[in-house]
Each structure stands twice: as structure tokens, then as C-alpha cells.
Design a binder for this molecule. Structure first.
Ligand SMILES: Nc1ncnc2c1ncn2[C@@H]1O[C@H](COP(=O)(O)OP(=O)(O)OP(=O)(O)O)[C@@H](O)[C@H]1O
Length: 291
């Protein structure tokens, strides 16, 4: 029962699995003379955990920053595909209805977020004094009523919306098993739990796509295992698509559907974990380096 409820609530995408959700086309990014990214082409499919790996400085964070709107690419585009409003759901033949394509690569980060792309950062970006509940509730702010007059009135849409926000936040707390910490200030919690709260705040945005930048950095092996399990749960129970930057190859190979490998800002491998592991260029550039 709970699984069905999550599937209906926490994913902001109605695209069928296998449809292209995010398309990165001919993307390049330069900082003066530094070519951070060169001619990057990636399709992220709906329903996938898509890992991006590569040595330090390969361009992984730059790529995520181009998707989330923090960096503007020098060339190329990032396109988010969503089922057109009012035409959601599958046809009797199981095909997707009309699809809206939005170029997000030159939008401000808050606009990209509003379109359904949520991200977590390498470093924890939470409010230490606020409770777990309040920090996760902040993830809902992009969905608050746009009309401040309506939002001030404690009736009608504003009240219904507030109830809905709370229900979704409760789902996040259950899914990530944060019940026992809900009223504790985040600053008092362990690093592993704080990272989980950060994940919860991104999830509370009801994203179509979740961008996770090294969510397991600095964790011990038990915390890593926990985090990998929660990412899988988000994917399996909530149906959220994930782009994951991660250095730990065991984690990447265990939980990813697809892997893109970057080196010096270029793609040197792309495929299933098994295909990527068998790619000699990848072995030489990354795996062989013992990272
Ligand atoms: N804001 C910036 N200004 C100048 N150069 C930058 C900027 N951001 C990234 N770079 C450069 O772009 C290249 C790619 O960096 P990026 O951080 O994207 O790599 P990464 O694969 O995420 O590395 P890491 O694994 O160490 O986080 C590097 O040469 C980096 O120095």
C-alpha cells in the first residue's frame, strides 16, 4: 500500500520508464583557457539511476552545474522532457502522450528547480538550528502559492496546499526513516543522518530528476551502504530518476542502470555498468588508476 502511495506522490515525472527525461546535446563549457567539458552528449532515461564517474577534475560537477543552472554552457543545450500538462498517462497501447521539451541550460537555478530538477551538494547545505522537519519542509518552498495575498489567507487553496505539503514531508520522513530525528536540530545529528536529511529536502521538491553530487563523500562503509539503500528506495518506491556522481566504484556498479565516464571533460565510456567495466579506455583512465 505504502509503495503505491509513494509512487503517486514523490516523483514529479509522469514519463514512462525508458523515455528520455534529460538530453544533454553537444555541451561544452570553458573557463578562460580551461575546457571543463567538450562536446558532451548524454541521454538520461526516465526511471534510471544514471551515474557519472571519472577522475578528479574530469568535469562531473561542472556537468551537474550546467544541468541545474548554476553554470551556463559555452555551447550546447540541456533539455528536460515532460509529459504535456493535461495529457498525462499512457495510451491504451502504453505509449506516452504529447511531450513538452524545455531547454533548461540557460535558465536560472530556481527556474530549473521549479521545472522538476532537484539537487544535493557535495557539502551539506542545511540550516543547523532548524529541526529535521523544518529543513525538509524548506524543500517545499518552490511549490508555495505564487500569489502572496492568497498565501496569507488561512483558508481555501492555501490551507489545502499547506496540508498537502505536510503530507508529502511526512512521506519523505517515512521513506528515509527519519522519524526519530524529526524534531531534533540538524546541527546535533551525525554526518550520515545530515546527508540523509539533505537528500530528504531535495526529495520533498517532488523532483522529476534528482541530481546527487557525491552523496556518500566522507562516509564510513556502513553509512555508505545505508545511503545506497535509500537512493535505491527513492528510485524503486518513489519512481524518481537519479543522476549520481560518485567515486566509490562498488556503489556505482551496484546501484546504477547506466554509467557515463568522463575524463578531461570528454566522454570516454557510456553504457551499462558491465559494459563500462569492460571498456579498455575506462579501465586505463579510471579504474586502473586505483581510484
Ligand atoms: N568555477 C570554475 N572556475 C574555473 N575553473 C573551474 C570552475 N569549475 C570547475 N573548473 C575547472 O573545470 C574542470 C572540471 O572540474 P569539475 O569540478 O567539474 O571536475 P570534477 O570531475 O567534478 O572533479 P572532482 O571529482 O574533483 O569534484 C577542472 O579543471 C576545474 O578546475
Amino acid at each position: 500500500m505504502r509503495t503505491r502511495a509513494y509512487q503517486h506522490s514523490l516523483s514529479g515525472s509522469t514519463l514512462p520508464p525508458g523515455e528520455t527525461l534529460l538530453r544533454v546535446s553537444d555541451l561544452s563549457l570553458r573557463f578562460g583557457g580551461v575546457k571543463a567539458l567538450t562536446d558532451i552528449n548524454i541521454n538520461v532515461e526516465s526511471g534510471n539511476i544514471h551515474a557519472v564517474i571519472g577522475p578528479n577534475g574530469a568535469g562531473k560537477s561542472s556537468l551537474l552545474n550546467c544541468v541545474s543552472g548554476l553554470y551556463k554552457p559555452t555551447e550546447g543545450t540541456v533539455t528536460l522532457r515532460q509529459q504535456a500538462k493535461g495529457r498525462q498517462g499512457l495510451s491504451p497501447e502504453g505509449e506516452a502522450g504529447e511531450i513538452d521539451e524545455k531547454v533548461v541550460s540557460r535558465l536560472a537555478p530556481h527556474k530549473v528547480a521549479r521545472l522538476g530538477v532537484a539537487r544535493s551538494f557535495q557539502n551539506i547545505e542545511l540550516f543547523d538550528q532548524l529541526s529535521v522537519l523544518d529543513n525538509i519542509m524548506l524543500g517545499r518552498h518552490i511549490h508555495l502559492l505564487k500569489d502572496p495575498f492568497m498565501a496569507m489567507l488561512w483558508f481555501g487553496p492555501a490551507k489545502r496546499q499547506e496540508i498537502r505539503h505536510r503530507e508529502l514531508v511526512e512521506e519523505v520522513i517515512h521513506l528515509l526513516k527519519l522519524q526519530e530525528y524529526r524534531n531534533q536540530p540538524v546541527g546535533a545529528l551525525s554526518y550520515g543522518i545530515q546527508k540523509r536529511v539533505e537528500l530528504g529536502r531535495a526529495l520533498a521538491m517532488q523532483p522529476a530528476l534528482l541530481l546527487l553530487d557525491e552523496p556518500m563523500a566522507g562516509m564510513n562503509s556502513e553509512e555508505k551502504e545505508d545511503m545506497a539503500r535509500y537512493i535505491l528506495d527513492i528510485h524503486e518506491l518513489a519512481g524518481v530518476s537519479v543522476v549520481l556522481i560518485e567515486h566509490d566504484m562498488n556503489v556505482v556498479m551496484d546501484i546504477s542502470d547506466r554509467v557515463t565516464v568522463l575524463d578531461f571533460g570528454k566522454i570516454i565510456g557510456d553504457g551499462t555498468p558491465a559494459e563500462v567495466m569492460a571498456n579498455p579506455r575506462v579501465v586505463e583512465a579510471y579504474l586502473g588508476a586505483g581510484d
